[in-house]
Design a protein around this ligand. Structure first.
Ligand code: HEC
Length: 125
């Protein structure tokens, strides 16, 4: 009986290990994204685009995943404003990217999409 309970607990733990986690994502955000996109997700006008209520972010989750993996340096339009800066590729694990984007989508009026590790892996190819 004890082993049975332990087994269930271990399965629970390992499932948790594989799922995305907005709380951990907040930690990644605070270390990695905050300098440019700011604590409120508002960005800095003319320099760093907003993640808060971002039409660009909410329109296409795979594009957002690629943005974090590869960065970009073209011109993009977010909520009607043009941005021409560069975002460097972010050296994060698949799990960290799933967590941070799940946090971003869960915050500041965004669409509450969950980003899984499998979704991140698919965009690495
Ligand atoms: C050094 C500054 C910098 C850092 C650090 C940074 N970004 Fe960006 N980010 C930018 C810039 C600049 C753009 C616009 C790039 C362009 O014009 O091609 C951008 C664009 C984006 C976009 C698409 C546009 C939008 O506003 O919806 C997303 C999503 C995004 N960043 C998420 C993140 C996440 C998540 C992190 C942390 C893992 C992060 N960024 C870290 C500067 C940064």
């Amino acid at each position: 009986m004890k082993n049975y309970i332990l087994g269930i607990a271990l399965i629970g733990l390992s499932l948790k290990g594989f799922s995305q986690d907005a709380t951990k994502g907040k930690g990644v955000y605070t270390k990695t994204c905050i300098a440019c996109h700011q604590a409120t997700g508002a960005g800095i006008p003319g320099a760093f685009p907003p993640l808060a209520k971002s039409d660009y972010l909410n329109a296409d989750v795979n594009r957002a995943i690629k943005q974090v993996i590869k960065g970009s340096n073209g011109t993009i339009t977010v909520n009607g404003k043009k941005f021409t800066g560069a975002m460097p590729p972010q050296a994060l694990s698949d799990q960290q990217i799933a967590d941070v984007l799940t946090y971003v989508y869960a915050s500041w009026g965004n669409s509450k999409k969950s980003v899984t590790v499998a979704m991140v892996k698919a965009q690495r190819k």
